[in-house]
Design a binder for this molecule. Structure first.
Ligand code: HEC
Ligand code: HEC
Length: 370
């Protein structure tokens, strides 16, 4: 009995084996079965998290800001550009805005600290003027609200362009040059005194409002998911995950708030009290404007005192002192790749130094004295 069952089992197994072989041989004559469905595409998780981009989308887009700039009268912008380059707005006729904010070099001088009148060293690093108008305030400590107001600071700063504080020499210089006097008269028909410091600021500010440089990152914000490479996207995601976006927010990736330098851990060798120096309030000590990071790859050295030489060093310092986190070398590398995707294009033709109108016999002479 047991034996016959075994034989039966063997025979059935052999039969099935035979059948399979037979099937294979017969296959061509049968209608080909439909091909198996392709395996579901291996789901590539998007690198950028669902909420990451929101940190940059609160305020106006850079495209909207650029459009605002385009609305400003070309004549006013052109006057502003001439003033921006004109060294006669400095005491010794040797310094212009462009000396410290070289427009061909992304709006900076590349120095730790800038040198102004008679080679004097300033106490802070010069930030870029590109996209500066996007920021909620101007200067590292925010002491000017707008670029129009800001522009008047350096002209009469004794360490920068060193013109007398009352502005009279600036006005006398511009009034002595007919092309300038006429341009101001035409552009400010309702001003009792068209050539005034206030209007100088308006003209320079108008020019600066055109210095907006959209980047590939802004294409991503506008919906182009291919605008950044994978490495740059990983950097953006790390920038967000590590917590950089708690301070560097908005279309300018900064320029929306003040923060204490050394928010989590005391910043080393900090001498400048920033906002606290202005307000004399202890709670403002060591607060600085969180700067825009647009074009940051081109604006080394970094920080208000220019003490950080490279982006890598800055990223590590920020993580450690502003967030209390340590970042891996791979994270630093991709964050730097992301920061490099924040470089826009310099509007080469627009920023060309214009021909400046000639001085006349009435134009005050350069004063080389301190
Ligand atoms: C001697 C160098 C020097 C000159 C000349 C100079 N600047 Fe600056 N500029 C600086 C420095 C340094 C700062 C930062 C100072 C601070 O924050 O306290 C600055 C800040 C600024 C800012 C603020 C940017 C920001 O991100 O907050 C703008 C805008 C600006 N300058 C425009 C101008 C204009 C316009 C002129 C000409 C009228 C000019 N600068 C002349 C060195 C200079
Ligand atoms: C708590 C707020 C805060 C956080 C978080 C923060 N930052 Fe900053 N960041 C600042 C402030 C304030 C400055 C200005 C530093 C100064 O005044 O010297 C700055 C400056 C910078 C600069 C230099 C820009 C320049 O033009 O000089 C870079 C680059 C930078 N941050 C990147 C980062 C990165 C990357 C992270 C995340 C790892 C980060 N930040 C996190 C507040 C912050």
């Amino acid at each position: 009995m047991r034996k016959s069952m075994l034989i039966f089992a063997f025979a059935t197994a052999a039969m099935f084996a035979c059948k399979e072989e037979g099937n294979q041989a017969e296959a061509p004559s049968k209608p080909t079965p439909p091909p198996p469905p392709p395996p579901p595409p291996t789901k590539t998780e998007p690198i950028i998290g669902e909420f990451t981009l929101m940190s940059f989308q609160g305020g106006p887009t850079i495209e909207a800001l650029a459009k605002e700039g385009e609305k400003i009268s070309n004549d006013l912008v052109n006057l502003g550009r001439m003033l921006y380059y004109d060294m006669r707005l400095s005491k010794a006729h040797d310094v212009s805005c462009n000396t410290c904010h070289d427009l061909a070099s992304y709006g900076v001088d590349g120095k730790v600290l800038s040198t102004g009148h008679r080679g004097q060293l300033g106490k802070r690093n010069s930030p870029t003027v590109y996209n500066s108008s996007m920021q909620f305030v101007q200067f590292w400590d925010g002491r000017s609200k707008t670029v129009e107001e800001q522009a008047l600071g350096p002209i009469t700063d004794p360490a920068e362009m060193a013109m007398p504080a009352d502005g009279k020499r600036v006005v006398a210089t511009l009034e002595s040059i007919p092309e300038y006097a006429d341009a101001f008269k035409k552009l400010f028909p309702n001003s009792a005194k068209p050539v005034s410091m206030e209007n100088v600021g308006k003209a320079i500010g108008a020019f600066e409002r055109r210095l907006i440089t959209p980047t590939r990152f802004h294409k991503l914000l506008a919906g182009d998911t291919k605008a950044l490479t994978d490495e740059e996207q990983r950097g953006l995601e790390a920038f967000h995950q590590v917590g950089c976006t708690s301070c560097h927010t908005g279309a300018g990736v900064g320029g929306t708030q003040y923060q204490k330098l050394g928010a989590v851990k005391a910043w080393p060798n900090l001498h400048d009290k920033g906002v606290g120096e202005l307000t004399k309030k202890a709670e403002d000590d060591y607060k600085f404007k969180v700067p825009t990071l647009l074009n940051v790859a081109k604006t080394a050295p970094y920080g208000h005192d220019g003490q950080m030489a490279t982006m890598e060093e800055t990223v590590k310092m920020m993580a450690e002192y502003q967030l209390g986190k340590s970042v891996t070398d791979a994270e630093v590398k991709s964050i730097v790749a992301f920061l490099s995707a924040l470089t826009g294009e310099i509007p080469t033709d627009f920023i060309k130094q214009p021909t400046l109108p000639k001085s006349t016999a009435k134009t005050p002479k350069p004063d080389k004295k301190k």
